[in-house]
Design a protein around this ligand. Structure first.
Ligand code: UDP
Length: 245
């Protein structure tokens, strides 16, 4: 049983990075169907307005704290939880797949980025078994899901942005067996070298979101007012918890 906390009513699992990796390995080895959500404040603000998305988070087998905002919100509740960054976790899962012969599918990002990522991974990890890949700009979702099933993939990365990737993964879970899926947002852009990884100083301070916003100013409207609002609600959530104690 994994420990769970609730940030503004939304589930977040409390576990160390390696425990999250072990969870994936055990799930794959046992042939379990698992959906992993890499949650950040934008997810929570979106899920408040979208009950179907909220339900997906509720029923996800693993919800890992990707955004620093989630770590801060947990801190307000007196919980110390390390940040499990999607881009790092994806990298570890790729190595896990290589070492254990898991069958990987990569769905998402622009066609040239998806292709570039596959080439980079094949070059870097010749033994990695990529059984299927497709860009994230498809019309027929059912066809992609069918292709994933036919490929025999048991580890599926989806990088379609949230909540699109979470809806896709939930649909995949409903029709599959023994598949672990994870929604990875803009990770393919980073892993393919198309978007720079935040420099160590930003990562250390948990300011990757700031780096991304400086690099892509059009993202400003995504974090503002969402992030300050999220933090305000998280403080209230923490105060409520502490008053109950
Ligand atoms: N994307 C996609 N299909 C879509 C919309 C987006 O494959 O219909 C990709 C997009 O190319 C990018 C990723 O999904 O690689 C989402 O990136 P974004 O930075 O918006 O996601 P975040 O990490 O903020 O969730």
């Amino acid at each position: 049983m994994i420990n769970t906390a609730y940030v503004q009513g939304f589930k977040v699992n409390l576990l160390k990075y390696n425990e999250a990796l072990d969870f994936v390995k055990t799930s794959l080895d046992n042939g379990e169907n698992v959906q992993i959500v890499t949650i950040n404040p934008e997810f929570i603000e979106a899920a408040k307005k979208n009950p179907a998305f909220a339900n997906i988070i509720k029923y996800a087998e693993l919800v890992v704290p990707d955004g620093v905002g989630i770590k801060i919100a947990l801190k307000f509740k007196g919980i110390n939880q390390e940040q499990i960054r999607g881009v790092d976790f994806a990298q570890s899962l790729i190595e896990l797949a290589r070492d254990n012969g898991y069958k990987l599918a990569l769905i998402g990002a622009k066609p040239e980025i998806n292709q570039k990522l596959v080439e980079i991974l094949k070059g870097k990890y010749p033994e990695l078994n990529i059984v299927y890949h497709h860009d994230g700009y498809f019309q027929n979702e059912d066809e992609i899901i069918e292709n994933i099933k036919n490929s025999g993939a048991n580890l599926v990365f989806t990088a379609l942005g949230a909540p699109k990737q979470e809806f896709f993964n939930a649909k995949l879970k409903a029709v599959s067996q023994g598949v672990v899926s994870i929604g990875l947002g803009g990770t393919f852009d980073v892993l393919s070298g198309s978007v720079a990884l935040a420099p160590p100083v930003y990562r250390k301070l948990g300011l990757e979101w700031l780096y991304r916003t400086i690099k892509q100013p059009e993202r400003f409207k995504r974090i503002f007012p969402t992030l300050p609002l999220f933090l305000f609600h998280s403080i209230m959530d923490g105060v409520k918890d502490n008053t109950k104690k």
